[in-house]
Write a protein that binds this ligand. Structure first.
Ligand SMILES: [Zn+2]
Length: 410
């Protein structure tokens, strides 16, 4: 596969308007409108070849695969790709403590941590190991979301698949996350002068770092849908995170039908009442059925539906990545979301060049050399995973709806 340049994809190779390509633009006015809006894609070469270590769930390529797939599909138009800048330490201190940033930089430089860094800052642990780009990579994710905020100053849509590290705390790495770019993104949007900012998180895990930082912020509302009884074991239904967080823990096997109810009965009504000037969507792909770290059963159709509904609800949308530990399903989900935000259809069999990107992936978690299903390599669109809408899901949604009326109209 051709490798994209650090400064961005070559504009003269764009096939954005080549209607013979896979997923040609729908010939309707909505597609024309969104072409004119030109969503931005923020990526970086730092993700290519960077790994948390051979046995870590994040040993797999993710953002670089999305970059290669979107390019193979001709889904990056002129001017749409932006290389993520690396955030400076001073910029990170809008949320993180100077001590922690210094410890993180030092750990990268020395490729080792002392006992204080391990106990006080959570560095050099199994979840947050020492690895070669352990400061530069998250600082690039943070720079990406700060650039995204700047790009939506006047409105628009930006996808930052390297963002979404929602567990990091102000002075502590946590849950594979070193810097909390969602928090930095929300603070950057506040810095633009916006006063109603919504954060929606559909990762399989609760956004404990975001809630701890901003769950009580008067100018924000947070909605998280996550698997119950799963790490980090926060985000209970009753947990308001300081008053502005709506937490919906969902049971194992959570399916597309249930997500549709959650979207239309909870997420959209809460946001419509709040009337946000900007929405940040943490679009973690670990709630997809094939993910090895959770037990939810969504198809990537659910991620697309949520992203499109939120885009239509506010003048600014920033879509982040997040969890996702099956290299095929995470690349397919995020590439599909980017395509959908641009009005591209992902139906049918992928062209050969895109199949080659997915076909080149390997995964050491695959049991006994099992070959991945053809659909992981040949398509982007999952088969729908509809199912029963269970009473416990409905009851929890109704409980939050009742609280929502009191919280946002009081
Ligand atoms: Zn997750």
């Amino acid at each position: 596969m051709p490798i994209c340049a650090e400064k961005g994809f070559p504009e003269n190779e764009s096939v954005f308007h080549d209607t013979k390509k896979y997923g040609r633009t729908r010939p309707d006015s909505a597609a024309l409108f969104f072409q004119q809006m030109k969503p931005f894609f923020i990526g970086s070469e730092i993700y290519r070849g960077s790994s948390y270590g051979q046995w870590h769930p994040l040993h797999i390529p993710r953002v670089s695969t999305v970059m290669d797939l979107t390019r193979a599909l001709g889904w990056i138009g002129p001017g749409q790709y932006r290389a993520s800048p690396r955030a400076k330490p001073a910029a990170l201190e809008s949320f993180h403590t100077p001590d922690y940033i210094a410890a993180l930089q030092q750990a990268e430089a020395l490729q080792a941590v002392d006992e204080l860094s391990r106990t006080r800052h959570g560095l050099g642990t199994t979840a947050n190991p020492v690895f070669p780009e352990m400061f530069r990579r998250p600082a690039t994710g943070a720079g990406g979301v700060m650039l995204a905020a700047e790009l939506v100053r006047e409105g628009g849509v930006v996808h930052v698949p390297g963002g979404g590290t929602h567990h990091a705390m102000a002075e502590r790495a946590n849950g594979f996350c070193y810097l909390n770019d969602p928090v930095l993104c929300l603070l950057a949007l506040r810095g633009l002068g916006l006063s109603r900012i919504a954060y929606v998180d559909i990762d399989a895990h609760h956004c404990d770092g975001v809630e701890a930082a901003l769950g009580g912020a008067e100018d924000m509302v947070l909605v998280s849908v996550h698997e119950e009884r799963r790490w980090p074991f926060t985000g209970a239904l009753e947990d308001t995170g300081g008053g502005r967080a709506f937490n919906l823990p969902v049971p194992r096997g959570f399916n597309d039908s249930e997500m549709r109810v959650v979207l239309h009965r909870l997420i959209l009504p809460v946001l419509e009442r709040f009337d946000p000037q900007a929405v940040v969507l943490q679009c973690g792909a670990d709630a997809v059925e094939e993910d090895p770290l959770s037990r939810l059963s969504l198809s990537n159709n659910a991620h697309v539906a949520v992203a499109l509904a939120l885009r239509d609800l506010a003048p600014r949308l920033i879509v982040l990545g997040g969890g996702g530990y099956n290299p095929w399903s995470v690349a397919r989900a995020w590439t599909r979301v980017w395509g959908a935000l641009n009005g591209w259809s992902a139906a049918g069999v992928l062209p050969e060049e895109a199949q080659a990107v997915l076909g080149a992936l390997t995964w050491n978690r695959r049991a006994s050399g099992r070959v991945p299903p053809d659909t992981w390599r040949m398509t982007l669109e999952d088969a729908p995973r509809e199912g029963e809408v269970r009473a416990e899901v409905l009851e929890r949604v109704e409980a939050l709806r009742g609280r929502e009326v009191m919280a946002l109209t009081g």
